[in-house]
Design a protein around this ligand. Structure first.
Ligand SMILES: *[C@@H]1O[C@H](CO)[C@@H](O)[C@H](O)[C@H]1NC(C)=O
Ligand SMILES: *[C@@H]1O[C@H](CO)[C@@H](O)[C@H](O)[C@H]1NC(C)=O
Ligand SMILES: *[C@@H]1O[C@H](CO)[C@@H](O)[C@H](O)[C@H]1NC(C)=O
Ligand SMILES: *[C@@H]1O[C@H](CO)[C@@H](O)[C@H](O)[C@H]1NC(C)=O
Ligand SMILES: *[C@@H]1O[C@H](CO)[C@@H](O)[C@H](O)[C@H]1NC(C)=O
Length: 460
């Protein structure tokens, strides 16, 4: 069930008596795109309560059953808004974004706040690092010197995930980053693409921002690992992952964000190496794979693992295509010769379809999940607003300056040793009924063949 935010309910009252207006946009007119995106951003923020008394800053209502969203999706939303802000020049949400990111850094300045660590996956932590990286890459307001800095926060996450505590030692899966941080959680023995691709992506971006070669080397090593495990096929299908002990039985479910974050990381490496041919081959292959697998239906985004029967989507999966559109556009910035003509026509057809179905909700312009049908599907969530916001953003992003580095005006202060001193694990609560419920849901889904359940970011 989706709970209507009270701000939205209040808007109902205001709108009563006024004609409802569907979201409309002329995709050939930049001002029209900006106007539409501003409305979608405003509607996205109606799901956020963290700036109201009694609610926690930084996060969307949750985690289930207290609300629809896991902790990581807060980080994902701030990333979407930072890209929107940089691309469209709308600084209206700056204070909200700033407060949200700093509120969730935790006592060790590494996006491990004690409230959420018990169910922490390496991918969950990484989505907050993505937001911090975007703040650095887009020149977002730096915190004062006595506060954590954007670059150092991302370095802390990267360094912790480099640590062997988070990894497999020896055997077929050697050096694989585990999905979950703690051994008591489901998925501690799942060596999946998303955790490793997040780490790869952060490494490539740290290499780009700082010019420090250690990050490039770790990114290269990670790409080779994911490839060696067979998670990237010869046709650049990107699979979900496999379990210990040998990582042999690969779950072949495909999700758009896995392929897109590998592709974006490859675009950063291609840029860092000034067009190295190995990275060009990987980038080109991943880019073609994305168009083939996730835009097969007339160039409109489609998430096969959940939109094709018997797939089921949860709120996590419903948000993947928004990241995909933004990361495609960001990759165009980093490799324009290779990707501009390849991606732009598809970004445009997909965005047009995304906007077309935004005719729902109390204000008559909320967006649903299914973009290929041309009709609003009755769903309401922050993820669905984020998707259309990401798509609109992707159409303009290639025209604005690409990610900053510390040589091209980036001002965020780093700390290459961030996160290194903190290797002790917090004491963990015994497994709760919630964890057990998660485990049995997972088992049921595996037995019934809905393997896409593995892509859940936080099962607790
Ligand atoms: C942790 O939870 C408490 C109790 O709900 C809340 O007051 C606090 O703001 C939360 N902190 C973070 C970082 O989420
Ligand atoms: C950029 O980062 C590198 C690596 O951390 C550092 O050596 C260099 O001094 C930095 N450059 C500037 C201009 O801050
Ligand atoms: C290009 O990158 C690959 C992978 O990192 C590396 O093995 C190769 O030596 C690089 N080629 C050049 C010409 O630098
Ligand atoms: C690297 O990215 C910049 C924009 O950030 C772009 O101008 C440049 O052409 C890119 N380099 C390559 C090799 O594509
Ligand atoms: C480069 O990164 C590595 C790994 O974090 C770090 O040990 C080293 O000090 C960094 N070098 C510079 C010049 O910042």
């Amino acid at each position: 069930m989706v709970r209507l935010p009270t701000t939205l309910l209040a808007a109902c009252g205001l709108l009563a008596g006024r004609a409802l207006a569907a979201l409309e946009v002329n995709l050939d007119d930049k001002e029209s795109i900006k106007k539409a995106a501003a409305l979608v951003a405003e509607d996205l923020l109606t799901f956020y309560r963290g700036d109201e008394p009694g609610w926690v800053p930084g996060i969307l209502p949750g985690p289930p059953p207290d609300g629809d969203y896991y902790w990581w999706q807060g980080g994902a939303m701030w990333g979407a808004l930072l890209d929107y802000r940089h691309t469209m020049g709308d600084t209206k949400f700056d204070d909200t974004i700033y407060e949200a990111l700093l509120f969730q850094v935790g006592p060790n300045n590494d996006f491990m706040p004690p409230n959420w660590t018990a169910s922490m996956g390496n991918d969950d932590q990484a989505f907050w690092a993505y937001a911090a990286l975007l703040a650095a890459e887009t020149g977002f307001r730096d915190p004062p010197a006595d506060q954590p800095q954007w670059l150092a926060l991302a370095q802390a996450v990267f360094n912790e995930q480099t640590h062997i505590d988070r990894r497999v030692e020896g055997g077929e899966c050697d050096w694989g980053l585990r999905w979950q941080v703690y051994r008591t959680n489901n998925g501690f023995d799942y060596i999946n693409t998303v955790a490793n691709a997040c780490y790869f992506n952060i490494g490539a971006r740290l290499a780009h921002y700082t010019g420090n070669n250690t990050y490039s080397e770790l990114a290269e090593r990670t790409y080779q690992l994911i490839d060696r495990l067979g998670y990237i096929s010869d046709q650049y299908d990107v699979y979900d992952g496999a379990h210990l002990p040998d990582c042999k039985e690969i779950n072949k479910a495909q999700f758009s964000y896995n392929a897109a974050m590998l592709m974006q990381g490859a675009a950063f490496m291609y840029n860092v190496t000034n067009g190295n041919s190995t990275w060009e081959t990987r980038l080109d292959g991943l880019a073609d794979g994305i168009l083939r697998v996730f835009f097969a239906q007339d160039g409109v985004a489609f998430e096969p693992s959940c939109e094709r029967p018997p797939g089921v989507c949860n709120a996590d999966m419903e948000s993947y295509r928004g990241y995909m559109h933004r990361w495609m556009a960001n990759s165009i910035q980093l490799a324009p010769k290779l990707l501009y003509n390849k991606f732009m026509p598809t970004l445009k057809t997909s965005t047009a379809a995304g906007v077309k179905q935004c005719t729902g909700g109390a204000n008559g312009r909320m967006c649903g999940f299914h973009w290929t049908t041309g009709k609003y599907d009755g769903l309401l969530s922050a993820s669905l607003q984020m998707n259309v916001l990401g798509a609109l953003t992707s159409l303009i992003m290639p025209e604005v300056p690409g990610p900053l580095t510390n040589k091209t005006g980036g001002t965020s202060k780093g700390d290459p040793d961030a996160g290194l001193e903190k290797t002790e694990m917090p004491t963990l609560a015994p497994i709760t009924t919630g964890d057990k419920a998660g485990a049995s849901i997972l088992t049921i889904l595996i037995v019934t063949g809905a393997l896409s359940a593995f892509a859940w970011m936080s099962l607790d």
